[in-house]
Design a protein around this ligand. Structure first.
Ligand code: PPE
Length: 306
């Protein structure tokens, strides 16, 4: 998905022009994946631009840094304020915000702790993640031959740059096979998640999603959808999901900040339900986009107006 350049990037407390936001080639993160990031969306609403669930995103950023043992030289309040200011400064409306904390250049060697910690925040216009028709038509996915990380290898709950090597293998393989996205199993063979999305399965009116222990990222969209679905009266079960449940599901959809709520219309070439967006997915999308775009009341206090 191409980035539409904006003007300013917040870099260690100062705004620098987009083209000048540079790092040294010996930065630790470049060699060893030692970075932590977030993806946040802001939406245009009738009352102005609103950042969706700013607080939990900033909290997850700090939690990821804590797991990665990367002390952030700012408070969560300072980072939140910098995120808001980055959207304002760039005069953005609907946009994607990418805060990134990474280990810079000082020494070479695997132990990151001697390297300085840098913090950047970029914000830019970004379209629909899985293609412009995906939200209505749904996407075709394949089960990856790559597994998600075993729980004692990488900390899946932390959004660490290096983890996305696994995601890259997943999505490259999926696209080489003609799919839009992949779903990976965890090390035990249970359904985990997409390369950059959580997964929901609907069968006989019940909504299922893998638990945090299935090597997933604890998605904020996942949490939002669970809240919305329960409020709509659906039973939502966080439980282990065997692969074959995907083939007999009535509906499947992905959630993520970038992917939002994207229906899945086929898995491994098998149609999901009727092979198009299902009715429960559509109802959840209606609520999700209604709230994010300010067309429905912000009943959970999820919008932070810029
Ligand atoms: N799992 C993974 C592996 C993941 O990367 C994301 C977000 C999610 C689940 C959903 O989390 P949340 O956004 O909090 O609902 N992926 C981010 C990065 C995508 C990218 O290509 O870059 C995102 O959606 O912003």
């Amino acid at each position: 998905m191409p980035i539409k350049e904006s003007q300013w990037i917040w870099f260690d407390g100062e705004f620098v022009p987009w083209a000048d936001a540079k790092v040294h080639v010996l930065s630790h993160a470049l060699h060893y994946g030692s970075s932590v990031f977030e993806g946040i969306r802001a939406y245009e609403t009738p009352r102005g631009v609103a950042i969706f669930r700013l607080e939990p995103h900033v909290k997850r950023l700090f939690n990821s840094c804590k797991i990665a043992r990367m002390p952030v030289p700012y408070t969560p309040e300072q980072v939140s304020e910098a995120i808001i200011e980055t959207v304002r400064r760039n005069e953005l409306r609907s946009c994607y915000i990418r805060p990134l904390v990474f280990r810079g250049y000082e020494v070479l060697g695997v132990d990151p702790r001697k390297c300085p910690v840098h913090t950047v925040i970029a914000a830019f216009e970004w379209g629909t993640y899985l293609g412009s028709e995906a939200l209505e038509q749904g996407v075709d996915v394949g089960i990856s031959s790559w597994r998600r990380m075993a729980p004692d290898t990488f900390p899946a709950l932390a959004k660490i740059g290096g983890h996305y090597i696994n995601s890259q293998f997943m999505v490259m393989e999926a696209r080489d096979r003609g799919f839009t996205e992949a779903i990976a199993l965890d090390i035990y063979g249970y359904v985990s998640e997409g390369s950059g999305e959580n997964l929901f399965v609907i069968r006989d009116g019940v909504i299922y999603t893998p638990p945090l222990g299935a090597s997933i990222l604890g998605g904020i969209t996942r949490d939002s959808v669970i809240t919305i679905a329960r409020d709509l009266g659906y039973e939502v079960r966080e439980q282990l999901i065997p692969r074959e449940m995907l083939y007999i599901a009535d509906e499947l959809f992905f959630t993520g900040t970038a992917a939002e709520v994207t229906p899945i219309r086929s898995v491994d070439g098998q149609p999901v339900g009727e092979g198009r967006r299902g009715p429960i997915t559509a109802r959840i999308q209606e609520q999700f986009f209604g709230i994010t775009q300010g067309k429905l009341p912000d009943r959970y206090g999820w919008l932070h107006y810029v």
